[in-house]
Design a binder for this molecule. Sequence first.
Ligand code: SF4
Length: 218
Amino acid sequence: MEQPIENYWKLRLADLKTALESNNFEVFTADNCQAACRIVLEDILPQLKPRSISWGGSVTFQVAGGLYDRLKDYPGLEVLDTYDTNISDEQKNELRRQALLTDLFITGTNAVTESGQLVNLDMIGNRIGGLTFGPKWVIILIGRNKLVANLEEAMYRIKNYTAPANAMRLDKKTPCVKTSYCEECKSPGRICNTWTITEKSFPKGRVKVVLINEELGI
Ligand code: SF4
């Protein structure tokens, strides 16, 4: 068989799509980042016709086939760019607040279980805030590496891999940056503050998931 690993994940992602759909998520599958970018730009956006857009922190979104840059230039779309490095932290926080009232919000997930639950742990809460309520629609971009068996595995992965690796990425001064393990710190830079488990999309189809057959994000 050619491309056995891609084929393996294609089957696993097909099962995951079924599970997510039974939880009222609208699901798309993409072979790679470029295909995911096309799905968002050519399938989802023309269907939704959002007037405003924003995003929560997501490495997957930042590398997804140039989607971030394409959206910033998308005609007729008001963009609240919370990734803008030319604005102050205060301005960024104000944008994060306003982002919760946009038409469309894009982000990733820390983990997705085989039964179709999205599991996340946030520092600020703007990412899971937008996922939970506010924006009319949400797009979640998910690389195949985020799939875990169940909630227990999701929480283990997030606490013992995602959070320390993200703390390193963000140059935080937390103990996990030195040890690679979660030390349940009381550091002011702690990035682990609020958990969410999104069991279903409400209303049905509000949250759209793009499953990508590549290793993406942390
Ligand atoms: S609680 Fe603190 S030590 Fe543990 S992963 Fe989060 S930031 Fe790191």
